[in-house]
Write a protein that binds this ligand. Structure first.
Ligand SMILES: NC(=O)c1ccc[n+]([C@@H]2O[C@H](COP(=O)([O-])OP(=O)(O)OC[C@H]3O[C@@H](n4cnc5c(N)ncnc54)[C@H](O)[C@@H]3O)[C@@H](O)[C@H]2O)c1
Length: 318
């Protein structure tokens, strides 16, 4: 029997890139799929509607799928995706929160519109669809085998310059993943997140990132379809994890450790600023971390050397 036989899944932003691959992979594993995406042309074809096209592709392959064109950033629109799953397929088992956009900007250059858009699509969109799914599951009996798969980013786990609104939204999604895992366990829902790296429309629009993902002969490390088996695994009963983030790039899957405490200093009668300066004097100004960026794991430090050097140079100017 296929792994997800009889399950009903939602994939947001399922009309292009990673979401399209996830929708096709979930359907191939036996799930009936609501393919959500904003109305718009299909990448490369110049015509048609992306969600409709992917739903049609699934049906042509013998699966079951319907299209939904709501924006996940709209609270009621997010609700309509869940309603459509229930109306069309009688229930809901799996939510893949994948919809996304990327407008790189620094704290100096960003606009209010950029910030609202990033937070709206990623953070509010993830929260909204998960909320409506959770309400449905709470109204029904607890049932094993429910899953939410969120989409964070390497930039959400290790934020970098010009990735403020995007990185903050993606870090927020990692936080929601942990919170929702705790809140929904009693309803039988596992909640995990992926931090993918793959060559998609979003990446190709950003030349510096696109350079990190060259096309390779043979197994193409950055082809988006290599990310989807992880999503199918996280959506299935094979997965025993909840509240975790998995990096994924081609053949490599990385399991993240959440933020963890590096050192504790204690003052039984409370701290002064001077006493804190003394207590922390020998603590290194940087934390050693292992980051998972395109190309695999790299050892690095936080904050980066260049940030500390720039601060030191600025202090000398003052
Ligand atoms: N490609 C990568 O390397 C990479 C890296 C890290 C994270 N991600 C994340 O993966 C997810 C998929 O991105 P992708 O690379 O496939 O990009 P993509 O641009 O190919 O696909 C994103 C899809 O989301 C849809 N979308 C945008 N706003 C929406 C909204 N309000 N409601 C519904 N759908 C909406 C778009 O129309 C598009 O079809 C995103 O969340 C992205 O941030 C991608």
């Amino acid at each position: 029997m296929p792994l997800l036989d009889g399950k009903v899944a939602i994939v947001t932003g399922g009309g292009n890139g990673l979401g399209r691959c996830h929708a096709l992979a979930l359907a191939a594993a036996g799930a009936r799929v609501v393919v959500n995406d904003l109305g718009g042309s299909v990448l490369g074809t110049g015509a048609g509607d992306a969600a409709d096209a992917v739903a049609e592709e699934i049906r042509e392959r013998g699966g079951q799928a319907v299209a939904n064109r709501a924006s996940v950033a709209d609270w009621d629109g997010a609700g309509s995706i869940v309603e459509q799953a229930v109306r069309t397929f009688g229930g809901l088992d799996i939510v893949v929160n994948n919809a996304g956009i990327n407008r790189p900007s620094s704290v100096i250059t960003m606009t209010e519109q950029d910030f609202d858009l990033e937070i709206g699509v990623h953070l509010k969109g993830t929260a909204a669809v998960s909320h409506h799914a959770a309400r449905l599951w709470a109204e029904r009996r607890p049932e094993a085998g429910r899953a939410i798969v969120n989409t964070t980013s390497p930039v959400g786990m290790h934020p970098m310059p010009d990735g403020g609104p995007y990185g903050a939204a993606k870090a927020g999604i990692a936080a929601l993943t942990q919170v929702h895992a705790q809140e929904l366990a009693s309803l039988g829902v596992r909640v995990n997140a992926i931090a993918p790296a793959a060559r998609t429309r979003m990446v190709m629009a950003s030349p510096s990132v696109d350079q990190l993902m060259p096309r390779s002969a043979g197994f193409d490390r950055h082809a988006p379809e290599h990310v989807s088996p992880l999503v199918v695994y996280l959506a299935s009963a094979l997965c025993g994890f909840t509240g975790r983030v998995f990096g994924v790039e081609g053949p490599d899957v990385a399991l993240y450790t959440p933020w963890s405490v590096e050192r504790v200093v204690t003052a039984a009668s409370g701290w002064s600023a001077e006493a804190l300066a003394t207590a922390l004097a020998d603590a290194p100004p940087q934390s050693a971390i292992r980051a998972f960026y395109p190309g695999g794991c790299i050892a690095t430090v936080s904050p980066p050397n260049r940030t500390l050097k720039t601060l030191a140079a600025t202090a000398k100017l003052g």
